[in-house]
Structure formats: C-alpha cells, structure tokens
Design a protein around this ligand. Structure first.
Ligand code: IVH
Length: 672
C-alpha cells in the first residue's frame, strides 16, 4: 500500500469509526458489535503506525490517551456565557412570563423546557466541521482552555456528521458525571486514601480541570448540548428547531426536552419531573424554561448577567434539619477510623435518615459541625445522606467540638494519622473490629466471593475463636461448623463447598481481598496483570511499583509495606498451604516468543501509542520491558525528546531503535 492509498483508507476508516461512535455514544443505538468496532480501530491504528504522517489530532485513535496539558490558557468568549435567574415556585415563574409578555406586547409565546443539568458549562468551537477549541465558563467572559481534556469525552464529536454545518460556530452544553460513575469514583478514591468529591458536579468540574488529560480520560464524563452560542452562518429561527439541527450534526441533545404553548404545560411538566428526577442517571436541580422564537431574544434583552428570555425553575432541595445526637466511629477493613453522624431520625425526600457519613475529622472541622448541633441533612439523588453543616442560630452553647479519639474505640491501640493523609488509622493488625471488617471484605462478592458467609456468620466465627484471620476459613471443619448454634448439617456442607470454590479466584480478586490500604479492585487487577503472582508482588520494590502507570508513590509505599509485615506474610503462607491460587493461570511472559530473553527500555514520548501499551506489546511477544538502562538492556527505544537514558545506553553500547524501527519490529512479529 502506498501513502496515497493509505490516506484514502485512513479517511474511510475514520469516517466509519466516527459514525459508529455517534451511534454508540450519542444515540445509544450501536449498529455493529464491539468486536467489529475494535477491528476498525485496529486497522486504523495499524495504518497510522505505518504512516505516522497521516496521524491528525482529531483522529479517533488520539482520543483516549490524551496529551498532558501544560497549563490552561485563557479563552475569551466571543459572546459571554450568561447565568440564569431563578423561579422557586409557580408564582415566580408566572411573574417571569408576564414580564416578558409585557415587554413583547404579545398574548403568549411558546416555551421550551429542558432539564437543568448539574454539571459544568463548556463552550465548544467548531471550524469546518472539526472541534477546535473547548473552554470552561470561567467568569462568563474569559474561560480556561480545556480543549485537550474535552477531547477525551466520547460524546463530544471531534468531526461533525453534517456536511452543511456552518463554517465557524460555537455550541454550549453541560459536561456531567452520571450518578453511578460518581459513586464508583468516590469508592475508588476512598480506597486510595484520597478525599471524596462532595457531589457529581464537583467531580465533573474537577475532572475537566485536570492538568493531565489522561486523568480526565479515566473519568466517565458525558455532555448534553443545550444551546447554540454563536455562528457565522445561517441557523433555524427557533430554539426547538436549533436543538434538532444540532442533533442532526452529531451533538448529544437531551431526550427529555419538551415544547409547550404556554405556562400551564410547563407547570404540568415540572410537577412530573419533581418526582421523576430521581430516576435519571444524572443529577438535575430544576428545569430551564426558554422562549422558543429567537426573534424575541433581542427585545427581551439581558439584565446584568441574566437573559430575560430564559429562567431556571428550581426543584425544592431535598434537605431537612435535625439534631446531631452523637458522632460514632466505624473501623474500616484497613484500620481507618470512619466517623459518622447519629441523627434524630428525619424524613428527607421520602426516606428516613438516621445516620450520615462525615468522612473524616478535617471534613467535620471545615464544616464547623459540633455534637448536639441542629444540622442540615441532604440527600442528593441516590447518594448517601450527607451533613451539609450546622444551623448556627440554633446553638444553645452546650454543643461540643468533636475530636478524634486518640485510641481505637475497638481495641484501645493509639491511633495514627500518616503525614499528608486525612484519615486516622488503628495500627493494630489484631484489632477485633479490623478483623471483622477484613473478614467480611475478604469473603465479599468483589473479593473471594464466599457464598453464604455473610456478616453475621463472620461475627460468630470470630467470636467463637474458630477464625482469627481470613486464611483460617480454609481450615474450618464440618464438626466445628455444626457445633455452632443454628448451623444445620446441610448449611455447613454448603458453606464448606463455597469456601473450597473460592480457592480458585483470579489473582486480582485475591490481591483485593488481602485488604491492602489504598488498593481497590481496579488497582488490584492492575497489580495482578503486572506481576502475575503473589510472590512477584511480594518482591516488588517501591520503585518498581511506582513505575506502573496510575500507581502513585502512596499506593506503591502501601503495597510494599504490606508485604514487609510478618503478620501479613503469615496469612499469605496459610493461604498458600490451603491451596488458594497465588498466580495468574497464564505465565507472566511466555518463555517462548520472538522477543524471548530480550530486554527493552523505552525513553521519550512515542507518537503512536502510550508507553504502557508499547510495554504490553513487548511482553506479549515474550520480551521484557524495564524502566532503567543497565548493561543487560538489549534495546533502547527512543521516542520524541529522549531523556538521560539515551546517554547511558550509548555508554553501554545498547542497540538503539527509532520509533519507526520499533513499530516495524512489532509489525514483523504480528503484534500490530
Ligand atoms: S442555558 C442563559 N440550559 O445552568 C442561558 N443552561 O444557571 C444559560 N445549565 O451556566 C444556559 N442545564 O451551566 C442552559 N438546559 C440548560 C442547562 C443549563 C444546565 C447550567 C449552565 C449555566 C447555568 C445557569
């Protein structure tokens, strides 16, 4: 294939991928299977690897990895991003409409109702059908240039479908994080000892305003486009038709949009939504009501920053006030002291709330919460109840400032707070509360998944002294079990076979089950695929661990420490002797393979793929990839702006490969 043919094929593949991205991410109705899609992407990547001159920033292959952004530049918005006035009840909404009718001297005008998405406003500029710039709202006049980060959001089209799009225009929309993605992210952050995001909006904003767009790429973000900002070309005469027009170009337009002839329809719609809002996969805090015909916009004008042609019809917040009776402490499986509020039971949006999480001591101090306070409790969507803050005016003077106990409430050991961390820990590995949390975690569904071993049995086994650590479950006998109250012979047999079945879980599950601080299920899976056995993981140095992408120094340190603890190693030995699987089924690197016995080091940036991908391909072919050049290194692959490794390699006489040569090598062995 020559360059000319390759270009044709690359363009054809990109058009296909874009179309299927649109079907999948925007319309939610794919036409081809994942495998067929992967095949298109694979062919495109292969061609781009062979002809790197054909790589363009808007190619679908460039989307996921993202390039680190140096620092955000400033973008001047051509027309300001406005705010909205609020209406908190029907009367206020009527007042808004009446005012507009008065100015326009008309009897009525049609209105468009849209969900008011709780996310982060962005402005997207397109030129000749390509996405060229994305910015945050900022102060409305000047925002941050977050183009690279927005490129990682799959529902933002990089190229438009319609051929007749205006040559230059800007659309506006809300980037948001779904409730599930938000919960998942927060769980992951708790596992890794990072502060939680208060709500999906903060999580979305925090993710878009990341200096490293690889982080943005890992956060499931989405967009609803809700407005045409400006354009040099022609556009439809109404907002309703404009949304349809934008949708046809490939933008993701919210399906819950409605058009009404007057206010009555809007009010009916609003009442339905006040309940239905919780069924949505994302948070909304009201409706946006907009005049439909653009011909009125100019005459209605803008007051301050708020246009008169639109308003936000807000839902009543789901908050309530109640008394904070006590702050209690839960001991987490890794020994974290987790404070929570015990509340006088109160109804919040149809649910009785008597407990709410308080995260950590700093969080309590920052919010100024004292024991005995009347507090505002909030339920945001499906998220767990939160204490927003105290009602200071209701204080009697008898409220008490909370201090974290200096001893573990379960075992009395002095607690510690590692420098730079927000959590306090009980360092006693034999702490009964920890043993309970560890055991319940070990047998839980995402870990070793021992069916039938729920919290109450865990408690009984520990109480009876049959189990001291999770490994002991593998030496339980039928006699011991039937000796327990309410354990029939049949249940004992079932439990024993469930325990037996759990010996063969994949390595990642076992690593997760070990309850290593900061190691959630995803990190555990990563460690499993990287080291392929508990023994290799035990031997790993902090440097080796920290060299794995997405594993930071804190996780590396924590994993390393875990395997230096004699008690932990004893548990692992017991697990091994019981016959629990300690390695991936597949050997880590196939001893055979075209690159067997060869060691590669990569330096600088590769244009065709992230370094982690290159290393994975080397391993697939039987070679090993390392981080530092030694006398034993066989090849140094030098990408763009190579570092000091290059000089070192020259000193040792290591063979050098350019990126192109490296790609050819991979290609020759069928890895690409
Ligand atoms: S229209 C003047 N439509 O609400 C027009 N905004 O309070 C303002 N928002 O900054 C934009 N959903 O971030 C519009 N369907 C929607 C919206 C929406 C959420 C946000 C947007 C804006 C803020 C104004």
């Amino acid at each position: 294939m020559n360059l000319y043919q390759a270009r044709q094929r690359v363009e054809d593949l990109r058009a296909q991928v874009r179309y299927h991205d649109y079907r999948y991410y925007v319309l939610d109705s794919p036409e081809i299977s994942d495998a067929e899609y992967d095949e298109l992407m694979r062919e495109l990547r292969e061609l781009e690897a062979r002809f790197p001159q054909l790589i363009t920033p808007d190619s679908p292959t460039q989307r996921v990895s993202g390039q680190p952004v140096e620092a955000f530049g400033v973008v001047e918005h051509r027309t300001p991003l406005l705010s909205l006035g609020n209406a908190f009840d029907y009367e206020e909404l009527q007042a808004w409409y009446r005012r507009a009718l008065g100015i326009l001297e008309v009897e009525g005008f049609p209105l468009v109702c849209e969900p008011k998405i709780d996310g982060l406003a962005v402005a997207l500029v397109y030129e000749d059908g390509r996405f060229v710039q994305g910015a945050t709202r900022g102060d409305g006049f000047r925002g941050e240039n977050v183009t690279e980060n927005l490129r990682t959001i799959r529902s933002i089209p990089m190229r438009l479908l319609a051929k007749d799009a205006p040559p230059r225009f800007e659309v506006r929309g809300e980037v948001y994080m779904s409730k599930t993605a938000f919960e998942r992210l927060n769980e992951e952050r708790t596992d890794q000892g990072q502060p939680r995001f208060a709500n999906p909006r903060n999580a979305a904003a925090g993710s878009v305003r990341q200096l490293d767009s690889r982080i943005t790429a890992q956060r499931s973000l989405d967009i609803w486009v809700y407005q045409l900002g400006w354009t040099d070309g022609a556009y439809p005469p109404t907002h309703w038709e404009t949304l349809q027009w934008l949708q046809d170009m490939g933008f993701r337009i919210n399906p819950e949009i409605d058009r009404h002839e007057g206010l009555e329809g809007v009010e009916r719609h609003y009442r339905q939504w006040a309940d239905r809002r919780h069924d949505l996969e994302y948070e909304i805090d009201g409706l946006v009501v907009k005049a439909d015909p653009f011909q009125y916009y100019e005459r209605l004008g803008i007051v301050g920053r708020e246009p008169r042609w639109a308003t936000a019809y807000k839902f009543p917040p789901i908050q309530a006030t109640t008394k904070l009776l006590r702050i209690e402490i839960n001991i987490g499986r890794t020994g974290t002291l987790n404070p929570y509020a015990v509340l006088k039971p109160v109804q919040v949006g149809g649910v009785t709330v008597s407990k709410a999480t308080l995260h950590n001591e700093e969080d309590i101090q920052r919010k100024g919460i004292r024991v005995g306070d009347t507090v505002i409790v909030q339920r945001a969507g499906d998220v767990i109840p939160q204490v927003v803050g105290p009602v200071v005016s209701k204080r009697t003077g008898r409220e008490k400032v909370f201090v974290m106990p200096d001893r573990c409430p379960a075992c009395g050991t002095e607690v510690r707070r590692p420098e730079g961390e927000v959590m306090h820990y009980c360092p006693n590995p034999a702490c009964p509360a920890q043993a309970f949390r560890w055991l319940t975690h070990f047998v839980s569904r995402g870990a070793m998944d021992v069916e039938g071993l729920g919290e109450s049995w865990c408690y009984v086994l520990l109480e009876e002294g049959l189990v001291k650590d999770p490994a002991d479950i593998y030496s339980l006998t039928k006699e011991q079990l039937v000796g327990l109250e309410r354990m029939a012979e049949k249940s004992a047999e079932n439990l024993l076979s469930a325990i037996e079945a759990s010996k063969d879980r994949p390595l990642g599950r076992l690593i997760f089950a070990l309850g290593i601080r900061h190691v959630g299920s995803e990190i555990a899976a990563l460690l499993a695929s990287h080291f392929a056995s508990i023994d290799a993981l035990t031997r790993a140095s902090v440097e080796e661990l920290a060299a794995i992408p997405t594993i930071g120094p804190r996780i590396a340190e924590s994993v390393h420490q875990y395997f230096r603890d004699a008690g932990n190693l004893r548990v692992i030995e017991k697990l091994r002797r019981a016959g629990v699987r300690m390695a991936e089924e597949r050997a880590p690197a196939p001893p055979e393979g075209p690159l067997a016995d060869l060691t590669f080091v990569i330096t600088g940036t590769l244009a065709s793929m992230p370094r982690s991908k290159a290393e994975e391909l080397i391993r697939q072919l039987g070679g090993s990839a390392s981080d530092s050049v030694t006398k034993k290194t066989d090849y140094l692959v030098a990408g763009e702006s190579p570092g000091s490794k290059l000089q070192k390699a020259q000193r040792y006489g290591t063979k050098l490969l350019s990126e192109q040569e490296f790609l050819e090598l991979l290609h020759q062995h069928g890895a690409m």
